[in-house]
Write a protein that binds this ligand. Structure first.
Ligand code: ASP
Length: 437
């Protein structure tokens, strides 16, 4: 049995969190590969080290001194070391870095040091071997991870050292320089390590007991989701639920490795298990897996009597494409169709888009409705149960919520409704109560 355990920034924010991580890792001999983020916030007013490192770089670029920030970063590492009774010479390595700091220091190298130092300390604390991501995560010239090279290097490192700590978030570019991923990228490193070693499970340890059924800023104490499929997770994430880094899914999904989201502060909770599929007869979960949504969409309705729908629609889509405005949903009527687009994507081009539609599609009318929020009820069980959409519309109707547009994902994993932005929170609460109560 082999488990990859990735710990996010809040799980390694200070010495107390390090102790929780050690208890978790050492309680299961299968947890032989540990991936860590840079130390995150210890409390709400605190700063993530990655943010501070980006800030330092901005100072260097504009020639503004950043000694105080650098000292505070060094102090955080030294404090963790001292409180845990470790010996790693933070000062020597940090001061060597500091001596090289200049405007020319690549930003990626500087910000990667958050993960680097945090991992050095964690490796010593766990008694595991530190394996530098710069030696086992590689990017191609296209900026993407070179999977073949990375898989081979990660597998070789684990084979050689058996128990390893790998810093997340960065790797090496073909130029030899350090390159970071997009924010939250340590999730990707964990997934790569799990895929490369064919791990039995990829555990992603964070500060919530799994993915919640709804946003806790909107719904009070939403229930965690025990089991979700990769497909459902994608719908949830697309509709605004922030869970894992998007790119961390594919490496584990394609190898059939389950992903378990766990809470470092409550290791007794089972968290959320993300799997490829759930056998129907074993599926004990609720009808609806989760509810998510996003605000600020615009609906463009094109009306034209006796129109050739395919042609007119294609013209309209081409126009939006020209202005780089992605269409999120389309609803078709006999003499009309409506396109739902994120308002931000039309911010600078709305008038041109409408003018072009008028010119090329020759409609009877084009109507614009903005301030629309999309709310999705996501659930793999909706296919097999009739009446789900009925329940959903009934719940919204009973609470006086006016539905502006309706869409069902083609794979029947979600039903999406458009409501006024001002009704967004209420719609989420109504649906949550309707399906959990
Ligand atoms: N430390 C990086 C960030 O803050 C990467 C990560 O935490 O996954 O984005």
């Amino acid at each position: 049995m082999l488990k990859v355990a990735k710990f996010g920034g809040s799980s390694v924010a200070g010495a107390d969190q390090f102790k929780k991580v050690r208890d978790i890792v050492l309680s299961d001999p299968a947890r032989r590969i540990v991936v860590v983020s840079a130390a995150g916030k210890r409390s709400s007013g605190d700063h993530k080290l990655t943010d501070l490192l980006y800030l330092c770089h901005a100072h260097l670029t504009y020639g503004v001194p950043c000694d105080d920030i650098l000292t505070s970063i060094r102090t955080r590492f030294a404090e963790i070391r001292d409180q845990l009774g470790l010996t790693y010479d933070v000062e020597r390595d940090f001061d060597a870095l500091r001596a090289r700091l200049s405007k020319e220091m690549p930003v990626d190298e500087l910000v990667s040091r958050g993960e680097y130092f945090t991992s050095r300390l964690m490796a010593e604390f766990l008694g595991y071997t530190f394996v530098d991501a710069a030696d086992c995560v590689f990017f191609g010239f296209d900026g993407r991870v070179d999977r073949e090279k990375t898989d081979a290097a990660l597998a070789a490192a684990v084979k050689k050292y058996d128990h390893v700590v790998i810093p997340g978030f960065y790797g090496r570019a073909p130029t030899g320089k350090i390159k970071v991923m997009t924010r939250g990228g340590s999730d990707i490193t964990g997934a790569l390590a799990a895929a490369a070693t064919d791990a039995d499970i990829y555990e992603n340890w964070t500060d919530v007991s799994g993915i919640l059924m709804a946003d806790p800023k909107i719904v009070k104490d939403p229930k965690p989701i025990p089991k979700i499929t990769y497909g459902e997770l994608r719908e949830m994430a697309f509709m605004g639920a922030s869970v894992l880094h998007e790119e961390s899914i594919l490496p584990v999904k394609e190898r059939g490795i389950a992903l378990n989201i766990r809470n470092t502060n409550r290791p007794q909770d089972p968290g959320t298990m993300i799997v490829e599929r759930v056998a129907q007869e074993q599926d004990q979960e609720r009808l609806i897996t989760g509810i998510a949504g996003r605000k600020n969409f615009t609906i463009l309705t094109v009306l034209k009597r006796n129109m050739n729908t395919s042609l007119t629609l294609r013209n309209a889509l081409e126009i939006l494409d020209r202005y780089h405005a992605a269409v999120e949903h389309i609803t078709l009527g006999l003499d009309s169709f409506a396109l739902v687009v994120a308002s931000a994507a039309l911010e600078s081009s709305l008038y041109e888009v409408v003018a072009d539609i008028q010119k090329n599609c020759r409609p009877d009318d084009v109507r614009i409705q903005d301030g629309i929020a999309l709310v999705a009820a996501v659930g793999r069980k909706m296919t097999s149960r009739p009446g789900t959409s009925g329940r959903l519309f009934q719940a919204l109707g009973q609470h006086g919520l006016n539905i502006r547009t309706i869409a069902q994902g083609a794979d029947e994993l979600s039903i999406i409704v458009g409501v006024e932005n001002s009704d967004f929170e209420k719609a989420i609460r109504v649906l949550y109560d309707g399906f959990t109560g």
